[in-house]
Each structure stands twice: as structure tokens, then as C-alpha cells.
Design a protein around this ligand. Structure first.
Ligand code: DAH
Length: 355
């Protein structure tokens, strides 16, 4: 059926202005009567939508007799524009009323207490790190950091560990694929070199961070944390090293701890020592934790080897220094009586929440 036939009655009705006028009046009344957003939308569909009388009329214009086209076009479009405006005005009015209503009814009492949300805390490893950092900060040390992806030069060579040196093989190094001289640092000692390259003595710094080794059992994880220490100045002796370590051990493990130094070997210190602390569990009498020796092995240390100074252009006749390095996990385990290092990284909240 042609549109003309289909809308015949309607068009007939609207041929006169009165027809358009009554259509307009009906639509306008519908818009005025709409009391909320849904009613407004319904009025829009009914009076301006595709199937509304007005739209049908406007669509039929091409099929009207020529002399009627301009008249119906002109007044029809005027009517549509006016109705669109009326709709927009009414919508605004309603929104205004709705806002007033919401403002009046939805008052927020800002004096009510807020909803508490659970608060996390630092992981035990970070707590231990911060505690160690605090102690050394109190001794005048500052904190320095270096990259975890390191070059062979900083991790070994400049630490007096040349290619082929047997000490390298004890490190179970992760190398970066396809790159012979790029690796994950196996210790924090390379930060010593980076610091000395950049700065002139005196240096008093500790260097915390993650280190990596191909190792995994109850006392080893492939990633763990170390803190390195470095003191470079004039007239530094081994007595300074011993006093510093003892002060630190007493601060972290209790005032009645004593330490002992045993001769050892590290490529970058000469002489080198390992430091033990008297067992804080049995007080030195001997127990399972200290394997009945009364002593716990804690860290490696020594006087900075003059060869290392050679790599950073320091004159060993003018400055001396000591260095030490320790595992943070080991200290945390001893402090809290833990037996399995892997628990630190299992992310079991029952464990983590205890600290
Ligand atoms: N870098 C050594 C390691 O990971 C630990 C160490 C020993 C660091 C002696 C030092 C040191 O600074 O003097 O096994």
C-alpha cells in the first residue's frame, strides 16, 4: 500500500491547519502531563517517534499534491521543532524536581564513622630489612642501591674475581639468555663497586636488595635478600669492623650477644672472616638451632682488598675500608625461630599475618 493510501485519513485530517493544530495540542498536552523521566520518554515516542502521527505526516509529503507540499512541510516542521523544545523543557523541569527531591531525602550524615577496611602490613622480610637499615642509619650509614640485572664485570671481575676464578663456580649464576656477560646478580657486593666508582671516600653505606642463585631447598630460594655494608675512610682497621658488627648484632639479637670472627676467604676482602653470633636460642650453651656449638654463622666480612681499590681508582695507601654482607632471610629466620625459608614466599596468609 502506498504511503499516500496508508495515511489517507490522517492526511485528510491534517490538510487544514486545524488538523495539525489538534495533533499539536494533543502532543503538547501529553508532554505537559508527563511526570517523570519514563513518562517523558513515552511521550517522545508517542508524539515524535517514527510511528507518531506527525512523523507519518512529514514522511508523506512527497506524495501530497504539489500545492500542499510547502504548507504541510513548513507547518509540520515548525510543529515538530516546537514539540522537541517542549519536550526538552519539560525534561529539565522534571530533572530539577527530581534533584530537589534527592537533595532533600538523600542527606548524608558526614559525622557517621566510616566503614573500616582491613589494613595490611609490611612483609616480614621488609620489616627485617627496615630494622637492619634503621640500626645502620643510627651508626651514620646511608642506603644505596644497584641493579638486579648486572654485568659480569661488576658481579665478579671488579670484585677481584677474574674469569676462571674458582669462586665464580660457587655462585650458581643465572645468566641472561644469549648474553655471556649479563646476569642476575648473585650478591649485593657489586653495589660496592658502583658506589666507589661514583664517589670519593669517606663512604659509609649499606646496600640492600634482591639477589639470585640457582638453588632451591629448605634453606635456599632462587631469589633472596642481602644487605651489603661498606665503610671506606682513613685509618679504618679490623677493630672498627669488629666493633661495628658487634654493635649491630646486639641491636638486632639482644644486648647480651657476643660475636666471634673466624678466618675465611672472599676474593674481594683481605683478610676475610666469617662472623658468628652466640646462639640467642640457648644463650651459647648449645642446642638444635646452633647444632650444639653455641654459635650461629651470620655473615661474611673483611678488609677491602687493595686489588678492588685498583678497579675504582682509590689509592690503598691513602684509604682503607671494611665490607660485610649478610642474608636477610637468615636473620629473619633466626629472630623468629623459623626452619623453612620457603615459607617467606609461599604467600600463605596464615604465616604472613603472624608478623
Ligand atoms: N658477597 C658475599 C656472598 O654473597 C658476602 C660477603 C662476604 C660480602 C664478605 C662482603 C664481604 O662484603 O666482605 O657470599
Amino acid at each position: 500500500m502506498s504511503a499516500m493510501k496508508k495515511y489517507k485519513d490522517l492526511v485528510e485530517e491534517l490538510r487544514s491547519y486545524e488538523g495539525l493544530a489538534s495533533m499539536f495540542a494533543e502532543a503538547a498536552a501529553g508532554i505537559d502531563a508527563a511526570g517523570d523521566s519514563e513518562a517523558i520518554e513515552a511521550a517522545r515516542v508517542a508524539h515524535l517517534g517514527r510511528k507518531s502521527k506527525l512523523s507519518q505526516l512529514l514522511r508523506s509529503i512527497p506524495e501530497l499534491p504539489n500545492e500542499e507540499k510547502p504548507v504541510v512541510g513548513k507547518y509540520g516542521n515548525k510543529a515538530r521543532a516546537a514539540l522537541e523544545q517542549a519536550l526538552a523543557d519539560r525534561k529539565k523541569e522534571i530533572e530539577g524536581v527530581q534533584l530537589e527531591h534527592r537533595l532533600a531525602t538523600e542527606q548524608v550524615d558526614i559525622t557517621l564513622p566510616g566503614e573500616p577496611f582491613p589494613r595490611g602490613h609490611l612483609h616480614i622480610i621488609n620489616q627485617t630489612l627496615w630494622e637492619i637499615e634503621d640500626i645502620f642509619a643510627g651508626l651514620g650509614y646511608r642506603i644505596a642501591e644497584g641493579p638486579e640485572v648486572e654485568s659480569d664485570y661488576y658481579n665478579f671481575t671488579a670484585l677481584n674475581t677474574p674469569e676462571g676464578h674458582p669462586a665464580r663456580s660457587s655462585h650458581d649464576t643465572f645468566f641472561v639468555d644469549g648474553k655471556e656477560d649479563v646476569l642476575l646478580r648473585t650478591h649485593t657486593s657489586p653495589v660496592q663497586i658502583r658506589l666507589m666508582e661514583k664517589e670519593e671516600p669517606p663512604i659509609y653505606a649499606i646496600m640492600p636488595g634482591r639477589v639470585y642463585r640457582r638453588d632451591s631447598d629448605a634453606t635456599h630460594t632462587p631469589m633472596f635478600h642481602q644487605i651489603e655494608g661498606l665503610a671506606i675512610d682513613e685509618h679504618i682497621t679490623m677493630a672498627d669492623l669488629k666493633g661495628t658488627l658487634e654493635t649491630f648484632m646486639r641491636a638486632i639479637f639482644g644486648a647480651d650477644r657476643v660475636i666471634r670472627l673466624r678466618p675465611h676467604f672472599f676474593p674481594f676482602t683481605e683478610p676475610s672472616v666469617e662472623m658468628d653470633v652466640s646462639c640467642m636460642i640457648c644463650g651459647g650453651a648449645g642446642c638444635r638451632s646452633c647444632k650444639n656449638s653455641g654459635w650461629l654463622e651470620i655473615l661474611g666480612a673483611g678488609m677491602v682488598d687493595p686489588n678492588v681499590f685498583g678497579f675504582v681508582d682509590y689509592d690503598p695507601d691513602l684509604v682503607q675500608g671494611f665490607a660485610f654482607g649478610m642474608g636477610v632471610e637468615r636473620i629473619a629466620m633466626l629472630k623468629h625461630g623459623m626452619t623453612d625459608l620457603r615459607m617467606f614466599y609461599d604467600n600463605d596468609l596464615r604465616f604472613i599475618k603472624q608478623f
